[in-house]
Ligand binder design. Structure first.
Ligand SMILES: NC(=O)c1ccc[n+]([C@@H]2O[C@H](COP(=O)([O-])OP(=O)(O)OC[C@H]3O[C@@H](n4cnc5c(N)ncnc54)[C@H](O)[C@@H]3O)[C@@H](O)[C@H]2O)c1
Length: 332
């Protein structure tokens, strides 16, 4: 059983903590927040000690792993410091997305985890749903033939403004992770963006992507939409057919090229995923399973390296909006 603490007790820390408490592979042993009231409230809720600094947490608790669910600028500005402290202490770290809003810091976090030889995962939870695994299996079994195209849409309502690139850096780790999950590394991007009236943030973006395997893709993203209608949609096409994954896990359809018969998998009301919160349970359980099983470090799903890879694509998209040209994504 892994001894785990959660650092950063906002809404998302309070989503991770009960998952660790309920999972048979982990024991939640402490919570930590620099805001005393938040730490105390969570400590009472989960019946564990509260700490008000990572230093104190590390001095006083024997831990195996932590969640870093801090936020900060562009929802990632506060991840670097506690992550580095915990990696330095030899702990396995599951960090919220974006790994960091600062690409140099993101690179340093991944390098530190490699140097210390500990596990480093990112909470790219959207891919941890059974229909995505099923669609991936179709790809691996060749049901789509050779991959050709991918279209991805992710849109939510987020009126918060912190910077011009908040939307791209904070939301699109998720969409780009789904795209990489099916189609692999991205080589080049060409992006256009606009701001809804009155916004500081580039709240709408269109990105064309060229993948290393030759697939060409497109991402539509928005912070000006209502996610209740449809949070995301992913469509992958190959020489033998295509699939559409609607709304993370609600419906997966296979459209074979040479037949009119469809395969449709709907989320079951009898035992299917109960809501978005289930993506956290699935992702954290998989992280715990892999850490507990001591899998080779490069097999960690949604790893720090993968969290960095999506951030590199985002930075290339930002460069492209600024330059008006297609921009290369650094090779991994
Ligand atoms: N995976 C998802 O689906 C998903 C969804 C929403 C948000 N998020 C991510 O979750 C993270 C947290 O979001 P939130 O809305 O809970 O943020 P929040 O601002 O409400 O909470 C973050 C907390 O971290 C604390 N904190 C900051 N630095 C700290 C430090 N060094 N040590 C201890 N505590 C520290 C803050 O005091 C705050 O209470 C963000 O990175 C966000 O991008 C992920």
């Amino acid at each position: 059983m892994l001894r785990v603490a959660v650092i950063g007790m906002g809404n998302i820390g309070n989503t991770h903590a009960p998952v660790y408490k309920a999972d048979a592979l982990s024991e939640l042993v402490a919570v930590c927040d620099i805001i005393k009231e938040r730490a105390d409230k969570a400590a009472e809720r989960y019946d564990v000690p509260a700490y008000y600094s990572v230093d104190d947490l590390l001095k006083n608790q024997q831990l195996d792993a932590v969640t870093v669910s801090t936020a900060g600028v562009e929802n990632g500005g506060d991840h670097f410091e506690p992550t580095i402290q915990c990696l330095e202490a030899g702990l396995h770290v599951l960090c919220e997305k974006p790994i960091s809003n600062d690409i140099e810091k993101a690179r340093a976090m991944v390098a530190k985890a490699d140097e210390k030889g500990v596990y480093f995962g990112i909470n790219l939870n959207h891919r941890f749903v059974p229909p995505a695994a099923r669609a991936k299996k179709w790809v691996e079994e060749g049901k789509l033939g050779d991959l050709l195209l991918i279209n991805m849409t992710m849109w939510i309502n987020n009126p918060n403004e912190t910077s011009p690139w908040f939307h791209l850096r904070a939301l699109h780790p998720h969409s780009l992770d789904i795209m990489r999950y099916f189609c692999g590394d991205v080589k080049r991007v060409h992006a256009f963006a606009n701001r809804a009236p009155g916004r500081v943030c580039y709240s709408n973006v269109q990105v064309n992507l060229e993948f290393a395997n030759g697939v060409v893709g497109h991402l539509t993203g928005s912070y000006d939409a209502n996610p209740s209608h449809n949070l995301e949609r992913c469509e992958v096409m190959g020489t033998e057919g295509r699939f559409v994954l609607e709304n993370l896990y609600q419906e997966l359809t296979l459209y074979p090229r040479r037949s009119d018969e469809l395969t449709v998998i709907r989320n079951s009301i009898m035992g299917g995923l109960s809501g978005f919160g289930a993506t956290f349970q699935n992702r954290i359980h998989r992280w715990l399973e892999q850490v507990d099983a001591k899998v080779p470090r490069d097999q960690i799903e949604a790893s720090g390296h993968e969290g960095l890879a999506v951030q590199e694509i985002i930075e290339a998209a930002i460069r492209s909006v600024e330059s008006g040209k297609a921009e290369s994504v650094p090779a991994r």
